[in-house]
Structures are given as structure tokens and as C-alpha cells.
Design a protein around this ligand. Structure first.
Ligand SMILES: *Cc1c(COP(=O)(O)O)cnc(C)c1O
Length: 386
């Protein structure tokens, strides 16, 4: 079946079936890992199914790209070797030296470094803005010069929420495109293209892959002219994933819905536990009615995700001790896998922003809540906090 035939299906059906139909010759239910760089042609130019060379296209990648497009309610999907490779390809497809982009003031560190250290040297200017404040974004946009407004929601590690629909209107008024990095929410919880975004970006390394065993990235769009530009740059730049990486990512995507439900169930119970714990100063989670972005998050997300940040009362050393004492929660960077992770943003993921406006408080801990038995996770935190 073509992708369009899954358009009316539910999310889970799309995640499992879109992008691939059982192999004509063998009936293989799962896309084979096509470990081939080139393809036999039936006479000069006689390509079978359009396959010529695996930088341009590979059937294992085609299957993943079709599935990604479908689950994001897009028309075309593109897979990359990493989230940052996807971002760089997008920027070079859509921007030219002298152009300008608006970035979240609390953008993912690697994204900020890409714009500030790589794209800037190439002549692309950027302005950071507080994306939860629509008027601040309007003020940062330079009509005619700004080509992209780049959104993350929720953000890392403070889980700030941006209103995708409102920011799409601001970007479009100025003649810019709205890009949403949907890594933290995943396509199961949030569908930016249906809210007016032009491009969805993923680090599929996180929830989409979901098993902490592969690095990857993706772009999804609805507009076919935009798709053609991205396709040209994907092939011209060549930062594509190999077939085994595509297989792993696609295998992860099929169970995204059930994983996300469990990530959210576990996170909600842990939020409740932390909020009642005497050693905890503050719990940051968009599902809490006290969170400043709660109303917007409720409107644009199905549930509130698996990432929780919290502050401990006794300060930095106590936060470091909790990280060291946790056993079921593994001390490590990254997020979105089936296993729970704990980290100290001030010393780990956000050490490079110390001394800037984005410095995070030293008593802050970030959890990526996995899908283990929640009682074990709570007991682990209880032990680590005592
Ligand atoms: C991890 C991450 C990226 C970068 O993706 P890689 O796959 O590590 O290159 C971009 N954005 C967000 C929000 C991320 O969490």
C-alpha cells in the first residue's frame, strides 16, 4: 500500500505499516537491511525502482523515510546520520550567507553550537529569543531577512513550552518558515505540521529510536517544493544513515506509541512522588498546573512526556550525591531510551553555558524516565534522596 492509504489510519497503524509493504519476491514482513552501495541497471539508465547508488537512496532508508513522513502527518521524510546532520542539511537547503534565523534562547546545546560556531562563520546570523513569549519572537524576527524561526518545545532542561500555532503565524507574517525540533515530545505526543509548522526536525537518537543503540536524525515536510530542496541537499551533502542504522530506527519507531504511554505514566507517578518529598525544592514538568506553559502544552500535546527536572533543597553537592547514589537510573547524557537516565545539567549537558543567561541552577537534576517498573524507579530515587 502507498503511504496515502495509511493517511486515515491511527498513529500506531502508521508507525507499523507506512513506508513498506511486504517484499514482492520473499514476502519479508520487515524491510531487509539492504547492505549495498550500488544497484544493477537493466541497460544504461534502466534503474529498478529508481535505485542507483545508496547515498541517493537505499530501500531500507526509503522504508524508514516513508514511515517518518506518515507519523508526523507530513508528505516526505528524510533520514540523516544524526540530528545535527539533519539540521545542517536543512540550513544549507534553505538559507544563504547574509540570512538570519531566530533561535530558542535555550536551544539544545549542539544546535546552538552549530549555528554559533559553524553556520555563523559561513555568514548566517542568528538572534536568540525567549520562545514562550510570542511578542519577544515577533521583535526578534527581521522581515525579509529572517528565513527560519527555530522552535523547541518542551526545551532542555527547563521544559519551557512554545506555542507552535502562534509562532507559525509570526514566522509566516515575516516571510520566514517555522521549524520545530520535535525530539522531546516525539510525533506521538505532538504533531507540529498540523499546527502550522513547515519543517519538523528530529534527533531520532532519542524517543523515535528509543533503545539508545543508534544515532540518527530526520526532517519531515508537507510542501513538495521544500521536499525537493531537502532531497537535493541530502544527496549533495551526503550525511545519510547506513541501512543498519535505518533498520534499528525503523524498528524503534514501530513501538513508539506504547513506549510513550509508559514513559508518560511513569513520569506522572514520579512527579507526584517528587512533589511530596521533603528534600525536593521544586519539580519542573509541563503536566503540572503550576508550570507556566501548562495551558499551551495541554492544547498542543497529547500528554506531557518522559522528561522531568527537579531541584533539591540542600544545594549542588546534594544534587551530585543523588546522581551518584541512583542505581536503577543510570548516570548519563542523552534521553528517550527505554532505560531511565539521571544527569546533573550544571556539570554535564549544560556545563558550557555556565556564566551566561542560560546557566542552570546547581541544585538541578534532569531525569529521562524510562519504561521500567515504576515502583523500582521511585524506590531508587527515594534511596538516592535520603
Ligand atoms: C540530541 C538532540 C539533538 C541532536 O541530535 P543528535 O542525534 O545527537 O545529532 C537535537 N535536538 C535535540 C532537542 C536533541 O535532544
Amino acid at each position: 500500500m502507498s503511504n496515502q492509504q495509511w493517511d486515515k489510519s491511527g498513529f500506531e497503524t502508521k508507525a507499523i505499516h507506512a513506508g513498506y509493504e511486504p517484499d514482492e519476491m520473499t514476502g519479508a514482513v520487515i524491510p531487509p537491511i539492504y547492505a549495498t552501495s550500488t544497484y544493477k541497471q537493466d541497460g544504461v539508465g534502466g534503474m529498478r525502482g529508481g535505485y542507483e547508488y545508496s547515498r541517493s537512496a537505499n530501500p531500507t532508508r526509503t522504508a524508514l523515510e516513508g514511515a517518518l513522513a506518515s507519523v508526523e502527518s507530513g508528505e516526505r521524510g528524510f533520514a540523516f546520520a544524526s540530528g545535527l546532520a539533519a539540521e545542517d542539511t536543512l540550513v544549507r537547503a534553505l538559507c544563504r550567507p547574509g540570512d538570519h534565523v531566530v533561535l530558542p534562547n535555550d536551544a539544545y546545546g549542539g544546535t546552538y553550537r552549530l549555528f554559533d560556531k559553524v553556520e555563523k562563520a559561513w555568514g548566517l546570523d542568528h538572534t536568540p529569543a525567549v520562545l514562550s513569549d510570542v511578542e519577544a519572537v515577533r521583535a526578534a524576527v527581521q522581515p525579509g531577512r529572517t528565513k527560519l524561526v527555530w522552535v523547541e518545545t518542551p526545551t532542555n532542561p527547563m521544559l519551557n513550552i512554545a506555542d507552535i500555532e502562534a509562532l507559525a503565524a509570526v514566522a509566516h507574517e515575516a516571510g520566514a518558515l517555522l521549524v520545530v525540533d520535535n525530539t522531546f515530545a516525539s510525533p506521538y505526543l505532538q504533531q507540529p505540521l498540523t499546527l502550522g509548522a513547515d519543517v519538523v526536525v528530529h534527533s531520532t537518537t532519542k524517543y523515535v529510536g528509543g533503545h539508545s543503540d543508534v544515532i540518527g536524525g530526520a526532517l519531515v515536510v508537507r510542501d513538495l517544493d521544500l521536499a525537493d530542496k531537502i532531497a537535493f541537499h541530502q544527496n549533495s551533502i551526503g550525511a545519510v544513515p547506513g541501512p543498519f542504522d535505518c533498520f534499528l530506527t525503523h524498528r524503534g519507531l514501530k513501538t513508539l506509541a506504547v513506549r510513550m504511554e509508559r514513559h508518560c505514566d511513569n513520569a506522572e507517578k514520579i512527579v507526584e512522588f517528587l512533589a511530596g518529598h521533603p528534600a525536593v525544592e521544586e519539580v519542573i514538568y509541563p503536566g503540572l498546573s503550576t508550570h507556566p506553559g501548562h495551558e499551551v502544552a495541554k492544547r498542543q500535546m497529547k500528554r506531557f512526556g518522559g522528561i522531568i527536572s527537579f531541584r533539591v533543597k540542600a544545594g549542588e553537592q546534594a544534587a551530585l550525591d543523588v546522581c551518584a547514589k541512583a542505581e536503577v537510573f543510570t548516570l548519563g547524557e542523552s534521553l528517550g531510551g527505554v532505560e531511565s537516565l539521571i544527569e546533573h545539567p550544571g556539570r554535564m549537558t549544560h556545563a558550557s553555558v555556565a556564566g551566561t543567561d542560560l546557566e542552570v541552577s546547581a541544585d538541578l537534576i534532569r531525569l529521562s524516565v524510562g519504561i521500567e517498573t515504576v515502583e523500582d524507579l521511585i524506590a531508587d530515587l527515594d534511596r538516592a534522596l535520603s
